[in-house]
Design a protein around this ligand. Structure first.
Ligand SMILES: Cc1cc2nc3c(=O)[nH]c(=O)nc-3n(C[C@H](O)[C@H](O)[C@H](O)COP(=O)(O)OP(=O)(O)OC[C@H]3O[C@@H](n4cnc5c(N)ncnc54)[C@H](O)[C@@H]3O)c2cc1C
Length: 406
């Protein structure tokens, strides 16, 4: 895994804290060491940024953020608009790090987004930017389970074992046809997926999404990035779990604010499994799990498949039909809570929202530094990459400040 092999498997030792052990966090690693020493740092919890305020810069034609409005976060998630708001002014720039759901929502409420959406809500347009909130890529996860003869109440063994198969390994092992033509299918079906996903609102145009998806396909077919995570774990003393989730979906969702009330959550269209290849990956993964449960040495400790079980997905000796697996996957999948891409670093005509220095197009001094800027889903968990994005952003900000003589 650390040797550059992208499709691989790994064993994770349990990292549950014992005794005086504890897990670190981004706050502990980055904030705690400086929070009592820096006189120019204020951390305000329990408050929500509601709008970024802009002025026009006549000399550049760009919009410049001069302040951010914020309000106490209400305890009630269905609260009405804030009764009291505050304004903090921005001397240099505004950095949004509210995550892949809330950063684009904050941009939209501030007048940066699709003209049609802003018009409908009566929000003054600051920068018409079609990509804000589009290109949403989450990962759909499907949990399977089996009974086991092992009673591991002590929890002393390896907790997790994870396989990251590439497209060839996955379909060879998990597809009824052994993966015949999967590479050709991915290459030839991209225009159709791009058209359907763009028409539903997941991209600014079919042409733009096709360009992006061809990069993604190169990653999958040429560079052999893992397309699926198969996560084996022990959910109960006498049970085994196997979660499968597609890592690099071709489905594209979108999100939009539905109100000028900053406490009204945005409407999210996840578009999970909307592109048929994403469903095919999930089905191949689920069938592969069933095969593994019947294969030694795992089969030696498995008593029976519990979820989905052969009542839901009958097995006539072939591991189950595609249609039965697809119906079950559609009923059982959940979000993996890994949204990315909604304020992506890409060319503006592709639906990009930020440039290569993470600045929002059309603005002079607003950056997005969080998972929203990733243009494509990654073949892994997200946190480490988001830390990398933040470290890189810190360098860019320092460089720009120094270049400006500050
Ligand atoms: C249940 C769960 C389990 C996960 N497990 C893992 C895992 O095991 N490994 C892994 O690598 N990744 C995991 N992830 C994914 C990972 O946590 C996220 O990808 C990552 O935190 C994204 O970072 P971010 O900075 O983009 O957004 P976030 O971490 O969501 O940070 C955004 C912050 O902004 C705040 N905020 C939002 N709106 C506003 C506003 N208007 N004003 C002020 N503040 C605002 C939020 O409260 C939040 O603190 C998990 C996610 C979830 C939800």
């Amino acid at each position: 895994m650390t040797g550059g092999q992208r499709a691989c498997s790994s064993l994770h030792l349990a990292s549950t804290p014992r005794g005086s052990d504890h897990r670190s966090s981004s706050a502990e690693a980055y904030l705690t060491p400086v929070e009592n020493e820096r006189s120019n740092l204020v951390v305000l919890v329990g408050h929500t940024a509601t709008t970024v305020l802009f002025t026009a810069d006549e000399s550049t034609g760009l919009r410049s953020a001069y302040a951010v409005r914020f309000a106490p976060t209400p305890a009630n998630a269905t609260a009405g608009p804030p009764s009291q708001e505050y304004i903090v002014s921005a001397d240099h720039e505004v950095i949004l790090s509210a995550g892949a759901i809330q950063s684009p929502a904050l941009l939209q409420r501030s007048g940066v987004g699709t003209k049609h959406l802003l018009d409908v809500l009566g929000i003054d347009i600051v920068v018409p930017l079609e990509g804000v909130g589009r290109n949403l890529q989450d990962q759909a996860a499907t949990p399977l389970a089996a009974g086991s003869t092992v009673n591991d109440t002590g929890g002393t063994r390896v907790l997790d074992a994870i396989a990251f198969p590439d497209v060839d390994a996955l379909f060879t092992f998990g597809a009824l046809d052994g993966g015949a033509n999967v590479s050709e299918t991915i290459s030839s079906d991209i225009p159709g997926w791009a058209a359907s996903q763009a028409a539903a609102g997941g991209g600014v145009s079919a042409e733009a999404l096709e360009t992006i998806m061809r990069v993604q396909a190169h990653n999958i077919l040429h560079d052999k990035a893992a397309v699926l995570e198969m996560f084996f774990y022990e959910p109960a003393p006498d049970g085994l779990g196997m979660n499968v989730w597609g890592l690099l979906p071709f489905s594209r969702g979108d999100l939009s604010v539905t109100s000028t009330n900053p406490f009204t959550p945005p409407a999210i269209r996840g578009a999970y499994l909307a592109a048929d290849i994403d469903l095919a990956v999930a089905v191949a993964g689920a069938r592969a799990v069933r095969r593994l449960l019947h294969t030694p040495p795992l089969s030696e400790i498995v008593t029976q498949e519990l979820v989905p079980g052969t009542a839901a997905v009958p097995d006539a000796g072939d591991g189950g039909s595609d249609a039965d697996w697809a119906a079950w996957v559609r009923s059982a999948y959940i979000s993996n809570d890994h949204p990315v891409g909604t304020a992506a670093m890409m060319r503006r005509e592709l639906g990009g929202v930020v440039d290569a220095r993470l600045r929002v197009y059309g603005t002079q001094n607003v950056r997005v530094v969080d998972a929203a800027m990733l243009p494509l889903q990654i073949s892994a968990y997200l946190s480490a990459t988001v830390y990398g994005v933040a470290e890189k952003a810190a360098d860019l900000i320092l460089e720009d400040m120094r270049a400006g003589g500050r």
